[in-house]
Write a protein that binds this ligand. Structure first.
Ligand code: WT7
Length: 577
């Protein structure tokens, strides 16, 4: 079936796009040229945070609003680039005084408050490595990440710090916990100098790390280098199409890579006035923010879009959304209905973008000046080579399904998996970086997403490893074993479904349906409480036995096929079934 095309020819251009012609830019683009759009130190050093904020202090952007912040309870604050510069310098002096050195891991565990952004910048300016922890994380998720990274300092608040009480003893390398909402902290921060000279880090020095999930094992630390700023700058310019006069809102949390690359680095490097909303998703509030702050460029995610659609078409009519010029989506497949809806309700199509924690910047995208094939992820970013390859890394002809692969060499390709060289190496096959996603390319060069090639779950756009959830379930005394899959869901893309094998006594108990429901609720709560608020199974099914390979690996593929009523496929490696 031919794809529906949203042609850009008929669109009245409000502002000429930064990327006027995809083919032309694709042909002429090179990273060396793009590197000149950021500022290098005379000795060849490059610091990402210096580029996001400090360099603007010498220009007319100094007193421009960098951050428009709205808190959970409606509090409002604004920070100019100069304000951010001074605040992050104070933070840098403070953590330096606490012993943070170059290469030390300094982690942030905070809601989306201004101190999160200032401390992130500070850590990078100090040459330390920033680690981000999503505020929904609980004990187990925190322990895994802080222990593996050997974090030295943690920046958090009083409420969230309580989640560390039981695990602190297991974190010998963690020397300092700073709680930013205390009077002592305020007093200490207040004493710091507003001047700090950003370290002239080497472009290849580590800047930040994020833990992300694969199929097996604990989450792994994806590490990015300072040089990544070159790619984040270029993509914010050409894909987000940020112009100096824009008000820009990216709804992502910095606990995920989108919130780092495009609510801190790429956006500010381009000098964009950026909106941050601390509170949770709420349709009314979101439309209100778009209207109140006259947002021009909006970057969000499919689950949020579907929830906005679900709120009805009358709601957006209450707001003046006419300042919107360019809208984008990332994180999971963007359904055609979402684009049709946005055209109808907002007068604009959502532009899908594809990338990953590991790629560090938008890698495949739809551009303002390029026709959209509705349902496609678009074309590779100029400067990034993309292809569909087989499992041996051989390119596959157009139209055929295979692995979505990128040619290494773009500046924000992950620099390491923290202390796991083998894991890092396993991403590369025959000179290609393999994404773990399946898709195809059509004869016009557009890429189409099919699905993951592994068991990674995307729920509401967030990436969850089944192993983490299984491990959390097993920690409950009633559970012997668990197998976890993503079950397709219209609103959230997928929900987490757990198949659980119970110990004897519980098995007896759950013969009573009421008891069964009680235990399911208890297990969901248990995961929520110990692992993370967003990574719990919304559906649980008790089963006698999990399908396993002869070597004892849970075959989630079979659980999934059974759940969806699909053929089970090759079971030759199955234990007995
Ligand atoms: C995985 C990466 C970096 C942005 C946030 C996600 C899925 C991402 C799309 C898209 C279909 C998408 C892929 C990818 N994904 N964008 N436009 N269409 N799927 O980063 O948490 O590392 O997840 O998200 O499966 O591998 P992440």
């Amino acid at each position: 079936m031919a794809a529906q095309i949203y042609s850009k020819k008929e669109v009245k251009v409000k502002v000429s796009p930064n990327l006027a012609d995809y083919q032309e830019t694709h042909a002429s683009f090179n990273w060396q040229e793009a590197s000149k759009d950021v500022e290098w130190f005379p000795n060849g050093g490059l610091n990402a945070a210096y580029n996001a904020v400090d360099r603007h202090i010498k220009t007319a952007r100094k007193d421009k609003i960098a951050l428009i912040w709205e808190g959970t309870n409606g509090e409002k604050k604004q920070f100019t680039f100069h304000d951010l510069y001074k605040l992050s310098n104070k933070f840098a002096n403070l953590i330096k005084g606490k012993g943070a050195e170059k290469g030390d891991r300094v982690f942030i565990f905070l809601p989306r408050i201004p101190y999160l952004y200032a401390s992130f910048l500070a850590i990078l300016k100090n040459g330390s490595i920033a680690g981000l922890l999503f505020s929904a994380f609980q004990e187990q998720a925190l322990l895994d990440r802080l222990a593996d990274s050997g974090a030295k300092i943690l920046i958090t608040n009083t409420e969230l710090s309580k989640r560390l009480e039981n695990i602190r003893k297991d974190l010998p390398e963690l020397k300092e916990i700073l709680t930013v909402d205390t009077a002592e902290f305020e007093a200490e921060l207040g004493k710091q100098s507003e001047e700090f000279t950003a370290i002239a880090t080497d472009p290849a020095d580590f800047a930040f790390m994020l833990y992300t999930s694969g199929t097996t094992g604990k989450p792994k630390g994806v590490v990015h280098q300072h040089y990544a700023i070159v790619a984040q700058h270029a993509t914010a310019r050409y894909v987000l199409d940020i112009h100096d006069e824009d008000i820009y809102w990216c709804t992502a949390d910095p606990g995920w890579v989108t919130g780092i690359a495009y609510t801190i680095l790429g956006n500010w490097s381009n000098g964009a006035t950026s909106v941050i909303h601390e509170g949770r998703f709420d349709p009314d509030k979101w439309f209100q923010i778009l209207a109140d702050y006259k947002v021009n460029v909006w970057y969000t995610a499919p689950t949020a879009i579907r929830m906005l659609m679900g709120a009805g078409d009358d709601l957006p009519k209450k707001y003046d959304l006419s300042p919107l010029r360019h809208i984008l989506s990332v994180g999971e497949p963007l359904n055609p209905e979402a684009i049709h809806w946005s055209i109808k309700v907002l007068g604009l199509p959502f532009h899908d973008t594809w990338w990953q924690t590991e790629t560090g910047c938008i890698s495949i995208a739809n551009y303002p000046a390029m026709d959209i094939k509705i349902g496609s992820m678009g074309k590779p970013f100029p400067g990034i080579g993309a292809a569909i390859v087989d499992d041996l890394g051989k390119t596959i002809e157009d139209g055929k399904e295979g692995n979505i692969a990128l040619k290494p060499g773009w500046p924000s390709m992950m620099k390491a998996i923290w202390q796991r060289q083998e894991k890092y190496d396993s991403y590369f096959v025959n000179g290609w970086y393999l994404s773990g996603d399946h898709g195809y390319r059509d004869t016009d060069g557009y890429f189409w997403f099919i699905g993951r090639s592994d068991d990674v779950i995307k729920t509401s756009g967030e990436r969850i490893g089944p192993f983490e959830v299984e491990s959390a379930l097993i920690a409950h005394p009633a559970v012997i074993e668990a197998g976890v899959i993503g079950k397709p869901n219209e609103l959230r893309g997928s929900i987490i479904k757990a198949f659980v094998v119970l110990e004897k006594d519980s098995l007896q108990k759950v013969k009573d349906p009421q008891e069964a429901q009680k235990l399911k609720d208890e297990l969901s709560q248990f995961v929520k409480k110990h692992l993370a608020g967003h990574a719990y199974p919304r559906e649980i099914e008790f089963i006698d036995k999990l399908p396993k390979t002869r070597s004892g690996k849970i075959m989630r593929r079979i659980l999934k096929a059974r759940e969806l009523g699909q053929p089970i496929g090759d079971t030759s490696t199955l234990e007995e079934y």
